[in-house]
Design a protein around this ligand. Structure first.
Ligand SMILES: Nc1ncnc2c1ncn2[C@@H]1O[C@H](COP(=O)(O)OP(=O)(O)O)[C@@H](O)[C@H]1O
Ligand SMILES: [Mg+2]
Length: 260
């Protein structure tokens, strides 16, 4: 399954203001099974692009395809994980993961499948727990298990570990890498951590702001699991690139402010 983004632009029309062009002419092909990260200054349009790919928002122009099927609406073949886990508080862990499967297979199969993916994210002992009884990291694991259980062909993750502490983040990165190596799903992963992107990705797309475009496409040819020393040069290159981009955004903001 190949993901093709063909000339995607997104503009928000705001009353009384000039329209905000958030994404401009994004062209991109992501081959089956690739783990791709998206980095860029905050506000550059990462979440907007992800939600267009999820079918949650429509592009102003351009098209998206999974193989030759056009994406226009959300569907189970596109799994989405956000920063907040968004579990049903009145369902326990097992029921939360079973919920999206309820119309797809008999109850017994739902249970087995949900248990399988909960074991994969190390939550096999917490099936009867309710979301409020779990830490943020555990809740995020439940939401990852829930998405995986639906067997999406494309996994879209928007800063999934952004709300977690550093240690939990590192453990979940290792789990996600392991799951990805097992399942070889196509993943588009938004993060603001350069280290996280290099740890996980085959490829890193760096976005610039105003309007949002992809300014650099890096392939990461380092052995897994990745070692700090191997990652350092690319980390520095991307850091410099982002610094320049962020400085540009700040200069523009200042000049807008002085014009107002
Ligand atoms: N519904 C909306 N209406 C108007 N502007 C929006 C809307 N959604 C996002 N934006 C603007 O689009 C830009 C990109 O937002 P977003 O995609 O969330 O960026 P990122 O995820 O890279 O931080 C921001 O300037 C944001 O304010
Ligand atoms: Mg965002």
């Amino acid at each position: 399954m190949t993901l093709t983004i063909d000339g995607v632009s997104k503009q928000f029309n705001q009353t009384g203001k000039t329209p905000a062009i958030v994404l401009k002419d994004i062209d991109l092909t992501i081959p089956n099974g690739q783990f791709v990260s998206l980095l860029g200054p905050s506000g550059c349009g990462k979440s907007t692009l992800l939600s267009i790919l999820a079918g949650l928002q429509k592009p102003t122009s351009g098209k998206i395809f999974l193989d030759d099927v056009r994406i226009t609406t959300p569907s189970p073949d596109k799994g989405v994980v956000f920063q907040e886990a968004a579990l049903f508080p009145w369902l326990n862990v097992l029921e939360n993961v079973m919920f999206p499967l309820r119309k797809k297979m008999p109850k017994k199969q739902q249970t087995e499948r949900a248990k399988h993916f909960l074991q994969m994210v190390q939550l096999g002992k917490f099936l009867e727990h309710y979301p409020h009884e779990l830490s943020g990291g555990m809740q995020q694991r439940v939401s990852i298990a829930r998405v995986l259980a639906m067997d999406p062909t494309l996994l879209l993750m928007d800063e999934p570990f952004g709300a977690l502490d550093e240690q939990t983040r590192i453990i979940l990165q290792q789990e996600v890498e392991k799951i990805w190596l097992d399942t070889k799903k196509t993943v588009l992963f938004v993060t603001h951590s350069i280290r996280e992107a290099i740890t996980l990705s085959d490829r890193i797309l760096v976005m610039g702001a105003r309007p949002g475009t992809i300014i650099k496409d890096f392939s990461v040819d380092l052995a897994r699991p990745r070692k700090k020393a191997d990652m350092a040069p690319l980390e520095e290159t991307i850091m410099d690139l982002l610094k320049t981009e962020i400085a540009k955004v700040m200069r523009e903001e200042l000049s807008h402010a002085s014009n107002d």
